[in-house]
Design a protein around this ligand. Structure first.
Ligand code: ZN
Length: 301
């Protein structure tokens, strides 16, 4: 459903390109929320609060809303925003549902963020739209913050320290991630696209352990490692099979059945690796400097 239509249905008003509605003094925004690490976007009701929502708060809110899980977000502060699904199409039920959650905020002494999150002062002179909601700020504070983070990314972010170590760790990690696929393949003769997903994640885990800076190029390294390891292993398996049967690889390839199986498996390993890279991309990207740069560009407005 279009956000405009849903907003109208649930009583949200348009305000500077956002959709807002106040529930007992708390301003909520209806936003199109991109589920972290995925390509999925869903409409959500967003509340931005003045402090981090801790575990106890989360529990209390979940109890009040009867939700199994809630999304927490960082909007200018860390973990200070909460997203709930607009579950009811019936207005009365929706209002009761949201009001119950809002009354939990009051019980937990979570207040709405109504001051500049960078300096804590109330008299703001500017606004930014972050994650679909309006945040009141000082222009000066935002500029200082953006400059500070940008400078940090330029100096520390471009450091090549530990890069080689991280790449080696990523290779080792990727190989460990490949093992389940190898075991299942030998045991059953099948592949699972989901098991291939372990390769990029394990490679990234290794990269992080290596301690290098996570520039945006990490994505390319992880993709490369995945594409080298999985099809590379497949080729190696066929090569070994030929040797075990006392044939050279060329001789084995001359056998129609061997060649057909080899080609099929090579194609499948490339396809599955591509799927794994595609599905892991966003999740890994959110942990790189690429994500920070994106967040910063949103602030520049
Ligand atoms: Zn400020």
């Amino acid at each position: 459903m279009k956000l405009e239509l849903l907003a109208e249905k649930l009583g949200f008003q348009q305000k500077e390109g956002t959709f807002v509605r106040t529930f007992s003094g708390y301003e909520a925004s209806l936003v199109m929320y991109k589920v972290p690490g995925s390509y999925v976007k869903i409409p959500m009701v967003l509340f931005v609060l003045n402090k981090s929502i801790d575990k106890e708060d989360t529990k209390a809110i979940m109890k009040a809303s009867k939700l199994r899980g809630i999304f927490k977000e960082s909007v200018a502060l860390k973990d200070n925003a909460i997203l709930i699904q607009p579950r009811f199409n019936n207005n009365e039920k929706f209002d009761a549902y949201v009001n119950k959650i809002v009354s939990t905020f009051e019980d937990l002494r979570l207040k709405q963020l109504d001051y500049c999150p960078y300096c804590g002062e109330g008299e703001t002179d500017s606004k930014r739209i972050l994650k679909g909601t309006i945040i009141h700020v000082h222009d000066r504070c935002v500029k200082d913050f953006v400059e500070k983070v940008s400078t940090h990314l330029e100096t520390v972010g471009n450091s090549k320290e530990n890069l080689l170590k991280s790449i080696i760790f990523a290779l080792i990690g990727g190989f460990i991630g490949l093992l389940p696929s190898i075991i299942i393949l030998f045991a059953t003769g099948f592949y699972s696209a989901w098991l291939f997903l372990l390769i990029p994640f394990a490679a990234f885990y290794g990269f992080k352990k290596g301690g290098a800076q996570r520039g945006s190029y990490v994505m390319v390294i992880i993709a490369l490692i995945s594409f080298i390891l999985a099809p590379g292993f497949m080729a190696f398996a066929y090569y070994s099979m030929a040797i075990v049967n006392e044939l050279t690889f060329a001789e084995a390839l001359a056998i129609d059945e061997f060649r057909a199986d080899f080609v099929t498996d090579m194609i499948m390993s490339v396809v599955f690796t591509a799927l794994a890279v595609f599905f892991s991309w966003k999740k890994i990207y959110t942990q790189t400097h690429g994500q920070i740069k994106k967040d910063i560009s949103e602030l520049k407005g």
